[in-house]
Design a protein around this ligand. Structure first.
Ligand SMILES: [Zn+2]
Ligand SMILES: [Zn+2]
Length: 203
């Protein structure tokens, strides 16, 4: 396993988020026979930062980790685990774990960093440089000032079950949504697969 894989595994074992001291310990336990280099703690910290868009040294590839209460406080979380937890599965979904697999695939599509940043760029260009929720209109920058700059989530409209095996995600299949609307769409049964239907979740 690579440092990245072991760090992910350590965080999973720790319930999705943990302080560095606990991450180091869980990491050590994953290393039965290997001798760790003296600098392994620094490598773990670098691994977390390089793979987190919360950090200034993010490598722009996979956004795997997030800083729970600010960079420098040593409290790190695993994004995917929280997503699955956040978009809770209904009982029917969970049957035979098919629902779980579908949700994982869906979230992977929504977390393709290249595609998301292109979709955000295109949306902002069309809308006077603003990013806002296409369902309720929420604008993170308006509410949270510079902290909300450039923040919006992307929801993939097509149910993964209706997609061909290696069908590529299209930008037109992504909808810009705020975190609240995103959670509510995932909660809605049946799945809303048309953009024009999404607003129906609002009162
Ligand atoms: Zn919204
Ligand atoms: Zn979604």
């Amino acid at each position: 396993m690579t440092y990245k894989e072991k760090t992910i595994e350590a965080l999973k074992q720790l319930g999705g988020h943990a302080y560095l001291s606990d991450i180091y310990e869980a990491f050590e336990n994953l290393n039965d026979n290997e001798i760790l280099p003296k600098s392994y703690k620094a490598i773990i910290r670098a691994t977390l930062e390089h793979n987190s868009s919360d950090s200034f040294v993010f490598n722009g590839k996979e956004d795997l980790f997030y800083s729970v209460d600010g960079i420098g406080n040593g409290h790190w979380g695993l994004r995917t685990i929280d997503d699955e937890y956040k978009y809770e599965l209904t009982q029917e979904d969970d049957e035979f774990s098919e629902g779980k697999l579908q949700l994982k695939k869906h979230l992977t599509k929504e977390r393709n960093p290249k595609l998301i940043s292109r979709a955000k760029k295109i949306f902002a260009e069309k809308h006077n440089n603003q990013l806002y929720c296409e369902i309720c209109g929420f604008n993170f920058n308006e509410k949270y000032a510079s902290l909300g700059d450039g923040f919006i989530e992307a929801h993939h409209i097509k149910p993964v079950s209706q997609m061909e095996e290696d069908e590529k995600t299209k930008i037109s299949d992504l909808v810009m949504v705020c975190s609240n609307c995103h959670s509510m769409i995932h909660r809605h049964k049946p799945w809303l697969s048309k953009k024009e239907d999404l607003k129906k979740i609002l009162r």
